[in-house]
Design a protein around this ligand. Sequence first.
Ligand code: ATP
Ligand code: MG
Ligand code: MG
Length: 406
Amino acid sequence: RAAMQPAAPLPQGQGGSPVHGVSNKVVGVLGGGQLGKMLCQAASQMGIKIVILDPLQDCPASSVCHEHVVGSFNDGDTVREFAKRCGVLTVEIEHVDAATLAKLEEQGVDCEPKASTIMIIQDKYRQKKHFSKFGIPLPDFMEVDTLNSIEEAGERFGYPLMVKSKRNAYDGRGNAVAQKKEELSSVVASLGGFEHGLYVERWTPFVKELSVIVARSRDGSTVCYPVVETIHKDNICHVVEAPAEVSDKIKKSATGVAEKAIKSLEGAGVFAVELFLTEDDQILLNEVAPRPHNSGHHTIESCYTSQYEQHLRAILGIPLGDPLMKAPAAIMYNILGEDEGEAGFFLAHQLIERALNIPGASVHWYAKPEMRKQRKMGHITIVGPSKTSVKSHLDKLLQRDTYTPK
Ligand code: ATP
Ligand code: MG
Ligand code: MG
């Protein structure tokens, strides 16, 4: 009997050692919130080691990561030290020390996506200028730094006028709406004044908000997830319907805008493109997230390859997976804190108890140490054979007779 021969030489990883399993590279993630946690869960399945940098001892990712370094992703020295133990560095939040990432890149550290991308995205005004340069359709916008200039913007764009902080924005914190000229100074004050950097956008009376997740590999090829509809409550993403109920033509133009936007940025990973659909079927870009996104939570249960696994595949340079849905319909419901402390935990638990009795429903609880109003505490994804089915299951979950998204 012939002796067994290995079919081919073992693949070599970085440093010349053989690859065991999917990849030998240690993935470093800046941030350990719920997105970091779900990245770790996908990594664990594939035996990929993830190290998390987050200042919070009991951050959501801490219980599932390979290692948690307690420290700030906004401190240069801490990020530099952290980078030493990682084969590839990525983010689950864009509000990180991007200048340090840029310096690390110069020294040969592999950051995906690139520091240049994080820098553009983390300043929403800079982001708008960038996309405008690349011909991406956007709501009109203008930088404002004095009461005079914001009044001028009000005259130009009309009211309501959307006023936004350039930096550190999330869940609508950092946005404020002026209904008329007289409200401008109080709206500016509510955002901390001009000194932190503000700009304004023309109010977009959208008929729907859509989102497309685009994954780009290290060689530059892209794949897009199906277009979804995001429904916000008080500026916070609340419900995501997959796929979106829009015409094929709209799906095509939304995907086209999203792909074009991402091709203008550098680096590998998944990117979420938030879009407005207007009454006359135009697609306008709202903003981009250079990382997995709330509008892609449903992909864990509903797609062949989840956005989390896809992000790891993209940054590690292994083949991208199939982004298509393996179920006809999915709906995702964010569990937002309804009250502080124990009262809030009680309400969330009631919801979870109902979810556990609904066919096709999966519960994700982030285990954040503190319950706060309007905070994303977990989510529930319902997958099913049709839109009608998942919507009626959501009605059951929310104890309401008919589902009315708006
Ligand atoms: P995220 O949590 O998605 O990062 P954010 O704090 O960056 O949110 P935006 O995405 O800028 O905030 O805005 C939040 C929501 O406010 C949008 O999803 C949309 O519902 C509404 N909005 C934003 N810009 C406009 C606009 N120009 N016109 C009308 N509504 C808008
Ligand atoms: Mg944002
Ligand atoms: Mg947004």
